[in-house]
Design a protein around this ligand. Structure first.
Ligand code: AVJ
Length: 322
């Protein structure tokens, strides 16, 4: 008999429409589309490809850090924890953690990409039949509630936010997200968060301008999605991927740049783009170790420990609700 391996809760906000966000974003003086819209089915697959690129160091570096720090992380977590992963994507990293941490009593992946989430959650449940998996389809950048933790021997929630996804947020938004995670895990809860570090510009810029052009495809796929879902007429050949490190702001900035003067139509509205005009699609903020500890303290967390790699590329921070 088929038994559902995963409990699935759909909390996606219907009022948060793609069309409204795109029309509003293209109407601003600095055209801009929120980066969460990069992750449709194809976008999520392209992002998985990015994670395997030779230039894209964050994924493998973070995995190495987690592997090396696993005993220390397990000791800080203790037994009976429920792991809540924000933006779980393909759930690759959690599988390593679940293999290394024997005491996890529940896994709650939260992601906006419904089908991707379902598949990933089912794969985790198959590999870890003893761990209850509750998948939540939600936008974690806005408030949402978790179902009560019902696992036997439950002690506390630990939010897991890997991959430096926190870097997508502007510092005040990152602060708000850290505060919201504190409310989500509740009293006595913890947080494990992966944060990309500041480093030499060429290393950073190569990671967002890979030789195979996968990052460009990932970025430009947003236009394909707008064409398909909103009946638009963006011609990809007339746009280019642009990514550079803004050292003063400590962030990678990603844009889609118009190659020529042109007029595009989206859902019946016309938008003019001049040659060289940019549509902002993503920021990826980088943090020094102390910058991030300071930010987490301001958000009501006590930074208990942090780990990095020998090349000082990436960091993983363990926080406890102060
Ligand atoms: C998912 C936000 C961590 O900023 O490195 C990778 C997204 N964009 N290449 C990052 C991304 C282009 C990624 N995060």
């Amino acid at each position: 008999m088929f038994q559902p391996l995963v409990q699935f809760h759909d909390l996606a906000h219907p009022e948060e429409s793609f069309e409204a966000a795109v029309l509003a974003g293209l109407s601003r003086p600095q055209k801009s589309i929120p980066c969460r819209f990069l992750y449709d089915e194809h976008g999520s697959q392209l992002f998985d490809q990015i994670c395997r690129l030779p230039e894209y160091y964050p994924t493998r570096t973070e995995l190495g850090i987690l592997e090396a720090a696993a005993p220390a992380i397990a000791a800080l977590m203790g037994p009976g924890i429920q792991l809540v992963e924000l933006g779980s994507g393909s759930s690759h990293k959690i599988r390593l953690l679940l293999d290394l941490l024997k005491e996890v009593r529940g896994y709650v992946p939260v992601d906006i990409s419904s089908e991707h989430l379902r598949r990933a959650a089912e794969a985790v449940a198959r590999d870890h039949p003893a761990i209850p998996v509750t998948a939540i389809c939600a936008d974690y950048t806005v408030d949402f509630d978790l179902p009560p933790a019902l696992e036997d021997g439950f002690t506390k929630r630990v939010a897991f936010f890997p991959g430096s996804t926190i870097g997508n947020l502007e510092p005040d938004e990152a602060l708000a997200l850290l505060r919201r995670c504190g409310r989500l895990v509740g009293r006595g809860g913890d947080m494990l968060v992966g944060v990309d570090r500041k480093k030499a510009k060429p290393v950073l810029e190569a990671a967002y301008n890979d030789a195979q052009g996968v990052t460009a495809e990932f970025n430009l796929n947003l236009l394909t999605r707008i064409d398909r879902e909103l009946g638009a007429d963006f011609d990809l050949a007339r746009f280019a991927h642009l990514a550079f490190y803004n050292e003063a702001e400590g962030r990678i900035e990603i844009y889609i740049e118009s190659r020529i003067d042109q007029l595009v139509h989206v859902a019946g509205h016309g938008f003019r783009l001049s040659a060289g005009e940019r549509i902002h699609t993503e920021y990826s903020y980088k943090y020094g170790i102390d910058d991030f500890r300071c930010l987490s303290r301001r958000a009501g967390w006590a930074p208990l420990a942090h780990w990095s790699d020998a090349e000082e590329l990436f960091s993983v921070h363990y926080l406890r609700r102060a």
